[in-house]
Design a binder for this molecule. Structure first.
Ligand SMILES: Nc1ncnc2c1ncn2[C@@H]1O[C@H](COP(=O)(O)OP(=O)(O)OP(=O)(O)O)[C@@H](O)[C@H]1O
Ligand SMILES: [Mg+2]
Length: 416
C-alpha cells in the first residue's frame, strides 16, 4: 500500500556513523576484506582510511556481519583519545573488547609458574573480563608481555571452539599516539603485540579505520607496519553508485517521488559522490519533494542555492571560522590550484598564479608554517610522500564560494 504523504518518513541519514538507508558501492572494499578473512596465517591486517564523511564507520559496521558469518569473533569499538592516553588504558580497552567476544567460553585453567599461580589447583574459568584480567595481572613483565600472555592463553580455546579467528576492529584509530614525554607508548604496544602474536600463528587480525593521517603515523611509529597492513583508501561514490544511493531509498519509501534525471545530475554536481553530502542533499531535497506532493503538485526541482548555503553553514563554516585571516588567504590561493582536490606541494602554492597576484605573496617557509598550523586545525593533511591535501572533502569549492560572496561563518559543525 502506498503511504499517505503525511506518513512518509525521510529515509536519508546525514550524520557521523549513521547507517545510510542504502549503502551504495563499496563492493571492491568488501571483497578485499573477504580476501583477508581467508588468511590462514595473518600476514596482512587492514586499514580503512579516507576523508571525513567518506563512510568508514558505516562500512566497518557492514563488514562485521561478514566476518561473523565467515566464522570470526569480532571485538572492538571507537578508539577515543582517552583509550590512547596510556598503555594501561589501551590494554583495558582491548581486554574489555576481547571479553565481550569470548565471555561465553569456559575453560579449565591450570595456572603455571609463568602466570604466578604455581601452587593453585586447576580451576574452571570463563574468558570474561575478570578471567582475562586474572591472567593479565598474574603475568610478570611489561604491559606488552602481559597482553601477549592473555592473547596466547585465549587463542587455543577460540581455535578449539571452531572459530576462524578474532578481528580487533578499531574506528577513529588516528587518535592512537605514543607519548614519549610521559614514557607511554600505547600505539607501539598495539603494533608490537599484534605483530608478535601473528608471527606465532594466532589468527588475531587488526582492522583499523581512520583519517588519512593514520597510516603515516603508523609507519612513523614502527616502520615494519608498512608491510603489516593492507591499505584501503575510500573514494567518493562514482556516478552510478551515487544514483543508486539516491534512488533506492526513495523507491523503498514507496512514495510517489520519481527522481528526474536532471535532479540526479544536480545532486551529482553538488556532491561529487561524497557520501555524507549525498545523504545531506537528498535529505533536504526529499523534504522539498514531499512538500510539493502534500500540496498536490509534481515534485519540483531542487533548490540548489538554498541547499548549498545550508550545507556551507552546517558542514564547512565551523571549521572555516577557526582559521585566521592569513590562513584563509593561503587556503584561497590553494583553492585556485588546478590540483587542489588531489594533492599539492609547497612549491605548487609558492609558484601559483594567484599567489604571485596577491598583495602579500607567500614564500615557502611561510607556506610550510601555515600548512602545519592548518593541519593542526584538521583542514589540511600531509601524506606519506610529503605532499598536502585538503582534509575535508570539497573544501576547495567551499572556499571559492566564500570568495565569490561573503557569508557569515558562525554555525556549528557536524563532524568533529
Ligand atoms: N556507501 C554509502 N552509500 C550511501 N551513503 C553513505 C555511504 N557511506 C556512508 N554514507 C553516509 O555518509 C555519512 C558519513 O558516513 P560515516 O560516518 O561512516 O563516515 P566516516 O568516514 O566514518 O566519517 P568520519 O571521518 O567523520 O568518522 C553518513 O551519513 C552515512 O549514512
Ligand atoms: Mg567515522
Amino acid at each position: 500500500m502506498t503511504p499517505s504523504s503525511s506518513e512518509i518518513k525521510n529515509p536519508f541519514r546525514p550524520g557521523a556513523g549513521h547507517m545510510p538507508p542504502y549503502l551504495a558501492g563499496r563492493e571492491h572494499e568488501s571483497e578485499e576484506f573477504a580476501t583477508l578473512l581467508r588468511q590462514d596465517v595473518i600476514l596482512s591486517n587492514m586499514i580503512l582510511t579516507g576523508l571525513r564523511g567518506l563512510g568508514k564507520t558505516v562500512l566497518l559496521e557492514k563488514l562485521k556481519p561478514v566476518a561473523i558469518a565467515a566464522g570470526w569473533l569480532w571485538a572492538g569499538t571507537d578508539l577515543s583519545e582517552a583509550a590512547s592516553v596510556s598503555e594501561d588504558n589501551l590494554v583495558m580497552r582491548i581486554l574489555t573488547d576481547l571479553a565481550i567476544a569470548t565471555s561465553s567460553i569456559t575453560v579449565t585453567h591450570a595456572p603455571d609458574r609463568k602466570s604466578g599461580f604455581a601452587d593453585r589447583q586447576p580451576v574452571e574459568m570463563r574468558l570474561n573480563y575478570p578471567g582475562l584480567r586474572t591472567i593479565y595481572d598474574g603475568t610478570p613483565g611489561l604491559a606488552s608481555d602481559k597482553l601477549k600472555a592473555v592473547l596466547e592463553f585465549v587463542w587455543p580455546h577460540v581455535d578449539a571452539s571452531g572459530r576462524k579467528g578474532i578481528i580487533f576492529a578499531y574506528d577513529e584509530a588516528q587518535n592512537l599516539a605514543d607519548h614519549a614525554a610521559r614514557d607511554q607508548y600505547p600505539f607501539s604496544l598495539l603494533l608490537d603485540v599484534f605483530q608478535s602474536v601473528q608471527r606465532k600463528g594466532l589468527r588475531l587480525m587488526l582492522v583499523l579505520t581512520g583519517l588519512p593521517t593514520l597510516f603515516p603515523k603508523l609507519v612513523a611509529a614502527r616502520t615494519y607496519t608498512e608491510r603489516m597492513f593492507h591499505l584501503v583508501f575510500l573514494h567518493p561514490l562514482n556516478r552510478a553508485e551515487t544514483d543508486q544511493a539516491i534512488r533506492k531509498p526513495i523507491e523503498e519509501s514507496q512514495c510517489e517521488i520519481d527522481v528526474a534525471q536532471e535532479s540526479l545530475r544536480t545532486i551529482w554536481e553538488i556532491t561529487h559522490g561524497y557520501p555524507y553530502f549525498v545523504q545531506y542533499v537528498c535529505r533536504e531535497a526529499f523534504d522539498v519533494w514531499v512538500q510539493a506532493i502534500n500540496q498536490g503538485k509534481k515534485p519540483r526541482s531542487i533548490p540548489i542555492q538554498e541547499i548549498i548555503r545550508k550545507l556551507d553553514s552546517d558542514f564547512f563554516a565551523g571549521r572555516w571560522a577557526k582559521a585566521t585571516d592569513r590562513q584563509r588567504d593561503l587556503l584561497a590561493v590553494i583553492s585556485n590550484l588546478p590540483n587542489c582536490d588531489a594533492e599539492f606541494s609547497v612549491q605548487d602554492v609558492v609558484e601559483s598564479h594567484s599567489n604571485s597576484g596577491t598583495e602579500r605573496p607567500f614564500g615557502s617557509s611561510q607556506v610550510n608554517q601555515l600548512l602545519s598550523s592548518l593541519s593542526d586545525l584538521g583542514l589540511i593533511y600531509k601524506n606519506r610522500h610529503g605532499k598536502y591535501s585538503f582534509a575535508v572533502p570539497l573544501l576547495g569549492d567551499f572556499i571559492r564560494r566564500q570568495n565569490e560572496c561573503a557569508m557569515p561563518g558562525d554555525q556549528g559543525e557536524l563532524f568533529e
